[in-house]
Write a new protein. Structure first.
Length: 477
């Protein structure tokens, strides 16, 4: 076959995607994000280490799909449910975020033009945008793992990182296109993507009102997941056709799903998270490490000397504007924000490759940017967590923000919950057994009803209570 799948490499990737969380968890003294652990593992088994991964067409596809899916989840995680509440507060938040972006861009321009050792004067505006970029691809899984993503603080960090990511992505795409092909209508084809996304939103919203995508009629068909993937691939394909980055299309797809899914969002997000964080996203992070060639950087002392300045640039561009956040969240969170927002990932990797293709940098400097990016997403999250380790608001954020009513399906295997009347079981407060599906027969439970092995139990209640009950029922003691 012309494009034979490297099953050996897929097997290795799958095994390491499985064991990496255990390796990261075993680190007692240093806590690093799981995604950083996956990059480390990629370095170990990739080009700079054992070199046992053959990056064929299908692995590249899965890695790119993982990045696109990660940005889709980023759009999905934006909370539009309270956009009409606390209007004044939200408006102030929006003003501060835009001021932070403008300040970031100004500081970035001064650094790129003023630090001669970086040697970036040739593409000053391009690199100013690149340094202003952020990493929602790292932000989403990291904040989600800390139960911070749905807090006001977490949403501010996410929205600011998305603003930086996509304004900068559009900016460097226009500059790159103009440099290669001259100034023409092709430089602005990305606008078609926004128009298409808006039209799809209008059509989908009208369709959703008449045909409930999450209705009981589609039980076990996961029609919502199918619709989400169809939407992702629709906008990703359009992005590819017009020469835009696919992450822009997938992000817009996430926003559309977030806007239309309503009360079904919690359940749908749970299902989509399983696909993303269980398979596609770990492959993307591992492949970031696999493709990093450390030898190229360490063999060039000039490129090696640029790394501290690049990392310092990442930090200053975000830390100084984050001072504005102290007026909303206090000094400690403002300082911590400067660190987590300084962590870079996908756009620096994409932008550095574009700069290399445009002859704005050489291969060694490209490697320095990639290595600086990896270092930044290792050290800055650690510093962020260290600053906020004693913050009561952060440690209790889960209890403060998760208060929606959700429905969840579970197949109980914990013997404590089997063959015992429901009235004698001690469930977490604010959760109820709503329905039991036993061999296709639906049972509305009473206090004397028991749960048998193999039953599908439908739980309803407040989100945190339902999730706790699911974990208890799935626990194998």
């Amino acid at each position: 076959m012309e494009h034979a799948i490297s099953y050996d490499s897929l097997l290795i990737l799958s095994i390491f995607a499985f064991i990496t969380p255990f390796l990261v968890k075993s680190l007692k003294k240093i806590k690093i994000p799981y995604q950083v652990g996956e990059i480390f593992v990629g370095i170990l088994i990739g080009t700079s280490g054992l070199n046992i991964i053959k990056s064929d067409l299908w692995i590249v596809f899965l890695s790119e799909l993982g990045l696109a899916y990660l940005m889709f989840l980023g759009g999905l995680e934006i909370d539009f449910s309270n956009r009409n509440k606390n209007n004044k507060s939200k408006k102030n938040q929006g003003i501060i975020i835009m001021l932070m972006f403008i300040l970031s861009l100004i500081i970035s321009y001064l650094i790129v033009g003023g630090v001669n050792i970086l040697g970036l004067q040739k593409g000053k505006l391009f690199f100013s945008l690149l340094f202003t970029a952020a990493a929602p691809g790292l932000m989403v899984p990291y904040l989600k793992g800390k139960d911070m993503l749905n807090t006001d603080f977490g949403q501010s960090l996410l929205i600011f990182s998305l603003v930086c990511e996509f304004i900068c992505l559009i900016g460097i795409t226009i500059i790159a296109s103009t440099t290669m092909y001259g100034f023409s209508y092709k430089n602005f084809l990305f606008i078609l993507l926004f128009v298409a996304a808006f039209l799809i939103y209008l059509v989908t919203k009208r369709f959703y009102k008449h045909f409930d995508l999450w209705a009981v009629n589609f039980k076990n068909l996961h029609i919502g997941v199918r619709a989400a993937f169809a939407l992702i691939l629709m906008l990703v394909t359009l992005s590819n056709k017009i020469g835009s980055e696919i992450i822009l299309g997938s992000f817009l797809a996430g926003i559309i799903v977030s806007l239309i899914s309503g009360k079904a969002k919690e359940e749908l997000t749970h299902k989509l998270d399983i696909i993303g964080y269980g398979f596609l996203i770990p492959i993307f992070f591992i492949m970031v490490g696999v493709n990093l060639d450390l030898k190229l950087v360490f063999n060039d002392t000039s490129a090696l000397s640029k790394i501290p300045f690049i990392i310092l640039g990442f930090f200053l561009v975000k830390a100084i504007p984050c001072i504005l956040l102290q007026y909303i969240y206090g000094r400690k969170k403002a300082i911590a924000s400067g660190f987590i927002l300084s962590a870079q990932l996908s756009l620096i990797i994409v932008g550095s490759q574009m700069a290399l293709n445009l002859n704005l940098i050489d291969s060694a400097t490209y490697g320095a940017f990639i290595l600086s990016t990896v270092i930044s997403c290792i050290i800055f999250p650690i510093l962020f967590e260290y600053i906020l380790k004693d913050d009561v608001d952060i440690s209790s954020s889960k209890d403060k923000v998760i208060d929606r009513i959700i429905i969840r399906e579970v197949l109980p295997v914990n013997q404590k919950y089997l063959n015992t009347p429901l009235k004698d079981l001690h469930f977490p407060e604010d959760t109820r057994v709503f329905l039991i599906d036993r061999n296709g027969k639906e049972i509305f439970p009473s206090g004397n009803t028991t749960i048998n092995l193999g039953d599908e139990v439908i739980l309803a209640g407040l989100s945190h209570a339902v999730e706790e009950t699911v974990n208890l029922m799935e626990f194998i003691g």
